[in-house]
Design a protein around this ligand. Structure first.
Ligand code: ADP
Ligand code: ADP
Length: 229
């Protein structure tokens, strides 16, 4: 089954007199359970696409479907419901609540989720079961990001959208975060879409989409590069 399907997506940002064409006709299909990496220079449209898939923003043209439902047909309340039930987000900065322990940060989500994971199980999945009573300031950057991963998966979303998840980390620490993400994909079957500037991360992907100027310039499947259809 497909997690996402996009047809002819375009996005134009208008600021006063100027227009920025962030997406210029993007078609894509993401199979449920896949790990997808979006690579490409700054400004090539990766975050714009991720925000549209996550229901944080709307395209100017084209259609997006999640599990067959057209997101572009939903009103704001519908998009909010979609986001709350189906999508987890990871950003470059972790945004943990400093006055709460790791486990309490995760509990903020599990207390209100429809089908929550056990908070400790979520922390154990990212290798932080023994850090559950630590506060963010007592954790390294990579550990804080793994708490953010535990928090994002705690409501068991079908999809995890990650915008530069290792962007603020050194490479050794970043690898631990990636290992946690791969483990989430294997154990929970969560579909992962990961934006990165680090081509090393592409090694973990089922597919790599290379962005250039608002378009998908090339798709690699495993290690067999193919032209987009
Ligand atoms: P990156 O390319 O690593 O995503 P950027 O510095 O290009 O980082 O952009 C960071 C964010 O700032 C973008 O995702 C977007 O939301 C916002 N942004 C970028 N350009 C503009 C702009 N011209 N006007 C308003 N917001 C912008
Ligand atoms: P990437 O994630 O590949 O760095 P983005 O999707 O952030 O690319 O940005 C694509 C283009 O859209 C860039 O030229 C950026 O400056 C512009 N942009 C992004 N967000 C905004 C915004 N909120 N307002 C105006 N321009 C934006």
């Amino acid at each position: 089954p497909l997690a996402f399907r996009a047809i002819g997506l375009s996005k134009v940002y208008r600021t006063g007199e100027t227009e920025v064409h962030a997406l210029r006709g993007v078609d894509l299909e993401i199979a449920a359970g896949d790990v997808l990496v979006l690579l490409g220079p700054s400004g090539s449209g990766k975050s714009t696409l991720l925000n549209i898939m996550g229901g944080l923003d709307r395209p100017t043209g084209g259609q997006v479907f999640f599990e067959g439902e057209e997101l572009t047909g939903l009103d704001d309340a519908g998009l909010t419901r979609f986001r709350r039930s189906h999508v987890g987000f990871i950003f470059q900065f972790y945004n943990l609540i400093p006055s709460l322990t790791a486990e309490e940060n995760v509990r903020l989500v599990t207390d209100i989720a429809e089908r929550p994971l056990d908070p400790l199980a979520a922390l154990e999945l990212v290798g932080l079961g023994d850090r559950r009573t630590h506060y963010p300031a007592q954790l390294s950057g990579g550990e804080q990001q793994r708490v953010a991963v535990a928090r994002a998966i705690a409501k068991q979303p079908e999809v995890l959208l990650c915008d530069e998840p290792t962007g603020a980390l050194d490479s050794a620490t970043g690898v631990r975060v990636l290992e946690a993400l791969v483990r989430v994909n294997h154990e929970l079957g969560t579909t992962l879409v990961i934006i990165t500037h680090n081509s090393g991360i592409a090694a973990i992907a089922d597919k790599v989409l290379h962005f250039l100027d608002g378009r998908i310039a090339r798709i690699e499947t495993n290690d067999n590069p193919v032209d987009p259809a």
